[in-house]
Ligand binder design. Structure first.
Ligand code: UDX
Ligand code: ADP
Length: 460
């Protein structure tokens, strides 16, 4: 079997960047090149200052610092990197379609197809092509078709190797994965990729399956995880009306080893680039095969999640005497979870949108998200003009500034630093009564009540 000497990854985003950094770190004899069309992104990956990497992940700076320049390279020379590689990972984005058939549900595969055509056009010798991006089931077939029919007669072996890392813990997830999944048809190609991972992952945790099982498993894993969040969020609403406490319920059921304690944290709703997109994809695939009950079943997970975001915004309005018009509401957090600068599908975007519709004055502080990104997220919704978004919502780089003079604080992301604030001091600067709406169940109710806050937390 051919030894892998050079790996190229197309796409230097949240998946490609960290994954290739760890592959390079653990395989010092393999040259790993990550390419992207986005020049600014590649420049940031190459920045001397490791604080400026385009993806914020705890521990990533150390990994990049160790491997970059040794056997890890970031470049915009896509064709050259394709030509030289033995193995090519495709890690480009596959957003939900915003047009045409399957709009709002199906995955948009145009970036994947462009990659396949480029690989076919450039490749002069045999290549192993690895699907890393989350893809609808049977994409490998389309990929194979394009490669075989437009290529220069070279052999392509397609593998599916979905990524299971979670943002915010990407480096530890990559260093110590529960499993690595590799789907494919050609035993030698599979073995070549197994060897890359076997540099640091125990063999028994490297699972090999057929292509379709691997592709489908990725969607199913995310659907099951998201379903748990929607399940506990559904119960949170019931807790609020019955006097039960959702954390206590989660602990009680999580102790049952058949249920397990993870992913039972009630929240303002899940976000991130994967959960919603992958479930919509699953729903779309099921409908394509006329499996309407299956589609409806999984769609409910999304419906529940949308409800949770709306419900939180409505709770704020209703508690503040049914109007937030002109009221200053401080948002703590904008990212979809802590320890990431990613805001894709973050609940904060939708809660803000709802409150801005009611003419609230929102002031946002997030330790890692830039003002440009926040306005981009809001403008992308197209609910109101960019001028109105900037008139109604301000972004500051200090939490105390966001909270000063506020009628209410809303916690949208569970950043650790929010717990350590001097809440007594915060209270002095806020309007009275001082409301806190905790969408992450982060703060200590007893303490906040003692300080005189009117405190609401999900599911209590
Ligand atoms: C997810 C999967 O975990 C990962 O395996 C896959 O590769 C990509 O999608 P990610 O989206 O990065 O990872 O983060 P995750 O930790 O799964 O959280 C997703 C969302 O669910 C976040 O908004 C988070 O705040 C929310 N969540 C998670 C809850 O509200 N409650 C929980 O108990 C867990
Ligand atoms: P993910 O979370 O899946 O990693 P990102 O959007 O963070 O998604 O990253 C995907 C990257 O892929 C982007 O930086 C984008 O510029 C890049 N990309 C998309 N299509 C191509 C292509 N044909 N060639 C090179 N890079 C591409």
């Amino acid at each position: 079997m051919k030894e892998i000497k050079k790996i190229t990854c197309i796409g230097a985003g949240y998946v490609g960047g960290p994954t290739m950094s760890v592959i390079a770190q653990k395989n010092p004899d393999v040259e790993v090149t990550v390419v992207d069309l986005n020049h600014a992104r590649i420049a940031a990956w190459n920045d001397e200052d490791l604080d400026k990497l385009p993806v914020y992940e705890p521990g990533l700076d150390a990994v990049v610092g160790e491997a970059r320049g040794r056997n890890l390279f970031f470049s915009t020379e896509v064709d050259r990197a394709i030509d030289e590689a033995d193995m090519i990972f495709i890690s480009v984005n596959t957003p939900t379609k915003t047009y045409g058939k399957g709009k709002g549900q199906a995955a948009d595969l145009k970036f994947i197809e462009l990659c396949a055509r480029q690989i076919a056009a450039v490749a002069k010798n045999d290549k192993i092509v690895v699907e890393k991006s989350t893809l609808p089931v049977r994409t490998a077939e389309a990929l194979k078709n394009i490669l075989e029919n437009t290529g220069n007669g070279v052999n392509f072996h397609i593998l599916s190797n979905p990524e299971f890392l979670a943002e915010g813990t990407a480096v530890t997830d990559l260093h110590n994965p529960d499993r690595v999944l590799i789907g494919g048809e050609d035993a030698e190609a599979i073995e070549a990729l197994v060897n890359v991972y076997a540099a640091w992952v125990p063999r028994e945790r490297i699972l090999t399956t057929n292509l379709w099982s691997s592709e489908l498993s990725k969607l199913v894993a995310n659907a099951f995880l998201a379903q748990r969040v929607s399940s506990i969020n559904a119960i949170s609403e019931l807790c609020e009306v019955t006097g039960a406490n959702v954390d206590e319920v989660a602990r009680a059921i999580g102790q049952d080893s058949r249920i397990g304690g993870k992913f039972l944290k009630a929240s303002v709703g899940f976000g991130g680039s994967c959960f919603q997109k992958d479930i919509l994809n699953l729903v779309y695939i099921a409908r394509t095969y006329n499996l309407h009950e299956v589609a409806d079943y999984w769609e409910q997970v999304i419906i529940m999640n949308d409800h949770q975001k709306t419900r939180f915004a409505e709770k704020i309005i209703q508690t503040m005497y049914n109007t937030v018009n002109g009221k200053h509401i401080a948002f703590l957090g904008w990212a979809f979870k802590k320890d990431t600068n990613d805001t894709r599908e973050s609940a904060a975007i939708y809660v803000a949108d709802h409150l801005l519709d009611e003419e609230a004055q929102v002031v946002v502080y997030d330790p890692k998200v830039s003002a440009e990104q926040i306005y981009r997220d809001l403008d992308y919704l197209g609910t109101r003009s960019p001028e109105d978004n900037r008139r109604l919502l301000k972004v500051v780089d200090n939490a105390y500034e966001a909270l000063d003079g506020a009628h209410a604080a809303a916690i949208l992301t569970e950043w650790d630093e929010f717990k350590g604030y001097d809440w007594a001091k915060v209270k002095e600067g806020m309007k009275k009564p001082s409301f806190v709406f905790d969408g992450r169940k982060l703060l200590d109710r007893k303490e906040l009540n003692r300080l005189g806050f009117a405190y609401y937390a999900i599911g209590e």
